[in-house]
Every structure is written in C-alpha cells, then in structure tokens.
Design a protein around this ligand. Sequence first.
Ligand code: GN1
Ligand code: MG
Length: 370
Amino acid sequence: MNVSDVANQFSVAGKLVMVKPTGTGNVNDTYLAIFRTTFSEERFILQRINRRVFQRPEWVMLNIRIVTEHVHNRLEAERDAADRIWQLPRIIEAKDGRDFFIDEQGDFWRAMTLIASATAHETTQSAEHAFECGTVLGHFHNLISDLDPNRLHDTLPGFHQTPGYLARYHETLATPAAGRILNSSLESRRLARFVQQRQGLAHRLEQAREKGVLKTRLIHGDPKVTNIMIDEFTGKGTSIIDLDTVKPGLIHYDFGDALRSTCNPAGEEVENLNEVYFDADLCESYVKGYMTHARFFLTEADRAFLYDSIRLLAFELGLRFFQDYLAGNVYFKVRYPEQNLMRARVQFKLCESIEARERQIRNVLEEAWR
Ligand code: GN1
Ligand code: MG
C-alpha cells in the first residue's frame, strides 16, 4: 500500500491529486496531501506515527481528540473577545469513522487539517517572531489549564524526565559499541565529560515535582519554533501544531524547550558551531509574549524554576541526541551517521551559552513578571 492509497482512506471530498513529504520532524513521517473537487481543493497533513517511539498510537490519537475538542470549544466561546483568529488543527476521520487508519504493516496513520496561509519557520526570524511564539505557547497553556491531566494517557513514559535519559545514557555508555566510538573519537569523549560535569542538574525539576513544589499539568511537549504557525498576513502567531506529545508533565518542560529552541537563532541543524548561542534579546521578547497569558496561571514556585528549565532542556536534548548516537541512531531519524552527534554538540554549546548568560536571563525573567 503506498502513501496515495493511505491518503484515500480518509474522509475528504474530491480526488487525490498529489501527496508529497513535508516538514522536518525527527520522529514521524509527514506528508502533504491535496484533494480536488469540481469547485475547490482541500489540503491536509498525513502522518505515519513512529511505533518505535509511540508504542500506543491509539492513545496518542485519543489524547489529541480530547485536547482538540476542549480547545476548539474554548476558542469558539472566546472568539469575539480575541485579538486574532486562533486556530488548532482538528483530526480528519478515516472513512470508517475512526481517528486513524492502520495499514497492512500495522502502522498507524492520521490526517489533520492544515493551518493555511501561515508558516512554521525553521529558525527564529526576529524579536517579533519570538514574541509571537511566546504568545502562542502562553495562550495554549491557558486554554488547557482547565483540562484535567488525568483524562489523558501517558503516551511516552519518561518523556522529558532527565534522570531517566541519564540512566539510559549510562547503560549505553557501558556497551562495547559505545566504548569503541569513545575510544576513537576525541569529540565524543569531550561530550561525555560535558555530561559527567552536569549530572546533578538532571534531577532538578523531578526532585521539585517529587517534593510537591511543582505540580503535574497538561503540556504540549514539543513547543519548538518549528511547531508555531505564523500568519502570513499579520505576522501574528495563530496556532501551535504537532500535538503528539500533549500529555501530563511539567509546564517547565514546555517553557525550557521553547526557549532553548526559539533563542538559538542558528537552529538545531547547524554546520558551523560558532553560530550557536543563546540570544538574551529573543529570550526577553519570548518571555514577554508568554507572560501576557501565563501570568494568570504561573505560581511563585513555578517561576523559581524557569531559568533552570531552560538550561536543563538544552542539556537534556543534547543528552538524548548523544545517547542515540552512541546507541546507533535508533530513535531520531538521521540523514548521515554523525548527525545526532552534531545535534548533541549544538545543544551542549547552547547549554554553555545559557550558563554564561545566567544573570541576564534571570533578570529578563524577573522583569517580564513585573
Ligand atoms: C522530536 O519529531 P519532532 O521533530 O516533532 C522529539 C522532541 C525533540 C525534537 C527536537 C517524541 O520532535 O522531543 O525536542 O525532536 N519528539 C519526540 O527537534 O521525541
Ligand atoms: Mg514533535
């Protein structure tokens, strides 16, 4: 069964004219499909869910169903008071009425509506762009803040829990294959030392959660700059996309992940490491945008861990890439064998840059709250 056959399994009017790969996701396979009728056409996003990563794809879809219905209801109710038309993709059902289609290999496919005349930029374009990214995440957090996290499944146990990634890293490090890489690569040994020196950091958020200082809430899970849609006409953020990892967690995972992504103007896939740094001005804009909505739900305890979350999420993503490189690239898709090593170097460089600007970042966080 080819991708066109799969596209034809969903409830869309007209005839399929084109389906082609789109996006830069590291986990799922994403396609754009176009259907035409006599009068018009419909474009939508078709995705094969990575079953090695998401072991219960039907739970992923159930979570998306619950969250999108909740958010769509709130957006409708708040529409007249809003300063823009907020959007969120919805599920396009399969012809049998289910939220997914399973092919003969047992792979799960889903179709989602396309947020049109909007762009998901690969990297941050300007301070205004960063502000809009922050606004979109704050708005989204606000919209899901009244949805009970217990209604959603844990579709990816251990996701963003750094101590778990650290433990897995140590297991991998002890394998002969990883040993061989470390023996022959100076750079890998340097990264291993980098991790070694920051082991303590890994526990910071989880300890606060265990002590009850930070509470489990619903999160997006992947609010990187590429997952924020910017309106092509107004430049305003209109939607957050990629709802795969919407599940219970700490909102610090989102905050830290968004900032480590949005404030690194070079992006995640960089050839020249010298371009990588944490831009405190972009941070200021992002946080201002975020706070326009987040001041209604952030507690004082939440605020105390915001800086740590930025540093930790850069460290964690670097650790995840590095572990996957040592394990033979089994989780993140790669185009060349050293890609995960390079991605890890980028995140660790970013982490150092965050550490070097700690004072400045803490000031920005304080100021934005006032
Ligand atoms: C993965 O597949 P994609 O690109 O949406 C990863 C995120 C990382 C991101 C880094 C389920 O997201 O956690 O932050 O790569 N998603 C999963 O680009 O592991
Ligand atoms: Mg994602």
